[in-house]
Every structure is written in C-alpha cells, then in structure tokens.
Design a protein around this ligand. Structure first.
Ligand SMILES: Nc1ncnc2c1ncn2[C@@H]1O[C@H](COP(=O)(O)OP(=O)(O)O)[C@@H](O)[C@H]1O
Ligand SMILES: [Mg+2]
Length: 324
C-alpha cells in the first residue's frame, strides 16, 4: 500500500441522456474501476489518448468530480466519505495545476495577491508570515521578489506556469495533481518547467499525479507510469518496465509513436501519425477488452471477456495475451 495516495476501484460515469424518449438512460463510462497508488516524493504518470479518462480520474481522485464508486485514501483517510468541512480542511494537502496557466490566473490580480489568496483562504499563519511565505514561494519557482507587483500578462507562458506552480505550493501540499502542465508550452520551455517540477519533487518530498498525452514528458519526470485506454488502466508499472519492456499491445503501439525530448528539440521533427482507428465509444463500452478491435494479437476471448489487471514482471497488465 502506498503511503500517500491509494486509489481503489474508482469509477466515474456521466449521464449521456436517452437516445429517444422511451429508450433507457445511457451512461458515459469515463473511468472504469481504476486503482493505483502514489508514495511520498514519487510521481505517477497517467498516459493515454485524448478521451481515455485521465482528467476525469484525477478530478474524481481529489473530489472535484463525483465518483460513482471507489475509495481514495489520502494517508489512509478516504476523501470520498469526508463531510464538507473535513474535506475543506484536507484541500490544502492536494493542489492542482492545469495546462493553461493564463486562464487559471486572474488577469486583474497582481502576482503577490495570486500567491497570497490560498493562504488567506486557508487562514495559514499570521498576516506577516503570509507575506514572508509569498516571497519564499516566488523564489522557490525561480522568479524574483521584485516581480510580485506585476500582473499575469506581464509574464511569458513559462513564467505564468511558474506562478501557478507557486500558487499550488502555497498551502504546502503533499500531492500535486498536474494535468498536462507543459502541453501548451514551447518544447524548450517545457524542459525548464519539467526540471522545476523535478527539483520541487525532491526538495519538498512532493507526490505527483501527473497527466500527459505526451509519453516523452512522462518518461522524463515519472517514477511509475499508468496507461489508460477507454477508462481503464491497461498497464501500470515502474517507468523502466513500462517504457523498456511494455507488455500490453496498446502500450507498445503508443510507444512506437514516441520521440524523445531531445529529438523533438531538434528541428524538422514531425509528430508521428496517431494509431490507426478510433477507440470505441465510452457510452455502453463494448464487452471484452476495449482494445481488442484495434489489437494485432486479439483472439475470440478478447472480444468476450475483459481481462483483469494482473501482476506481471514488475508491473500489472490487463491482457489475455501480454507480450513477453
Ligand atoms: N463533464 C463531463 N460530462 C460528460 N462527459 C464528460 C465530462 N468530462 C469528460 N467527459 C467524457 O469522459 C471521457 C473521458 O474524458 P477525459 O477524462 O477528459 O479524458 P482525457 O483527459 O484522457 O482526455 C470522454 O469521453 C469525455 O468526453
Ligand atoms: Mg484531459
């Protein structure tokens, strides 16, 4: 069991309405029985195509989206069963950074106020100690104290992401959820932000739930990797295991299309074509393995029985015929 976060059998579904007035209600099954753990000071990366359920998994894990089922144990305490007041008190331990740092920063607030707001809301320390904390935070993310009176538009994209990171760190969280935190940035700037996140992870013993559709980014930062497909984790394990000897045919297909960060920095790099075909609809997902219809190794059983996530070598794989 992981000492920071332990997510068990988490499911989220959205009401997808009715096909017609008398038809039964349909559900979009965004997250289907997902389990994983994160230790203190470790990063778990969730990768997968757009729509595979990465964001919904993270949002449900920190109770910003309602889960249909499952448990989310933060240091052993189930967040999903806390009452409102207890959850509010717990919020300081889990913070969030998004893809687009501009839309998440109030354009009319000075950086000083942006960083102080979470401290005021949580009533952390005295007024003077909050001022001191704001100066500490700006320094921690590699910006300067003399930039505190500026507004978000006076910063570059990378600097704005540093500001959102500083704001997320204000309440000294134990877990940082990062949803595509560098996807909107130039590749050269991406590396700087990733290095900052890596340094903060070490210095502050932070755990990360790190979401990216970009495997190169996850490979750079994460200790463990989970691969999602149509709302399920199909493979999870230590970084080296997943990247160097992937067992699930879907992981292999994903990896075949990944350049290294270094190669992407070189000019002339073109993003490889996406995998052939589309995933099935998450509304009434198909029986059996969701990847079967795109899988080169699929047999009859794959179309009828959904494989469980079973231990294999260092990790776990959900496949009837894992690649060895
Ligand atoms: N608020 C919502 N209402 C209805 N469907 C949603 C909502 N949020 C996400 N979905 C659906 O849930 C599935 C998973 O979405 P998401 O978690 O955003 O995937 P990812 O982050 O991997 O791109 C998708 O089919 C998406 O359309
Ligand atoms: Mg997403």
């Amino acid at each position: 069991m992981s000492d920071l976060l332990e997510v068990r059998d988490l499911s989220v579904r959205f009401d997808a309405g009715r096909a017609s007035l008398f038809a039964p209600r349909r559900w979009l099954e965004a997250v289907r029985g997902v389990s994983f753990g994160i230790d203190r000071g470790k990063a778990l990366g969730i990768v997968g195509e757009s729509g595979s359920g990465k964001t919904t998994t993270a949002m449900a894990a920190i109770r910003l989206t309602q889960a249909a089922a499952g448990r989310v144990l933060l240091e052993g305490e189930d967040l999903l069963t806390l009452d409102e007041a207890a959850m509010r008190a717990r919020r300081k331990d889990v913070q969030l950074i998004f893809q687009d740092p501009y839309s998440s920063l109030n354009p009319r607030s000075r950086v000083r106020d942006i960083l102080r707001e979470p401290l005021d809301l949580m009533e952390v320390g005295t007024r003077a100690s909050r001022e001191e904390r704001v100066r500490e935070l700006i320094d921690l993310v590699g910006l300067r104290v003399d930039q505190l009176p500026l507004f978000p538009h006076q910063f570059s994209g990378g600097q704005r992401q540093r500001i959102s990171i500083a704001r997320a760190l204000a309440t000294a969280p134990k877990l940082l959820v990062c949803d595509e935190p560098v996807s909107a940035l130039d590749v050269a700037i991406q590396a700087q932000i990733l290095n900052l996140l890596l340094r903060l992870k070490e210095e502050l013993d932070l755990g990360y739930l790190f979401i990216s559709h970009d495997l190169g980014v996850v490979r750079y930062l994460c200790d463990e990797v989970a691969v999602m497909y149509l709302g399920r984790i199909v493979e999870i394990g230590p970084r080296a295991q997943v990247f160097e000897s992937p067992r699930h045919p879907y992981t292999r297909t994903l990896l075949a299309a990944v350049p290294s960060l270094k190669r992407r920095k070189s000019s002339g790099f073109k993003r490889p074509a996406a995998i052939e075909g589309d995933p099935p609809s998450p509304i009434n997902p198909p029986k059996g393995c969701a990847f079967a219809r795109r899988c080169p190794h699929a047999k009859d059983i794959c179309l009828s029985i959904d494989p469980a996530l079973e231990p294999r070598a260092g990790g776990r794989v959900a496949c009837h015929f894992p690649v060895s």
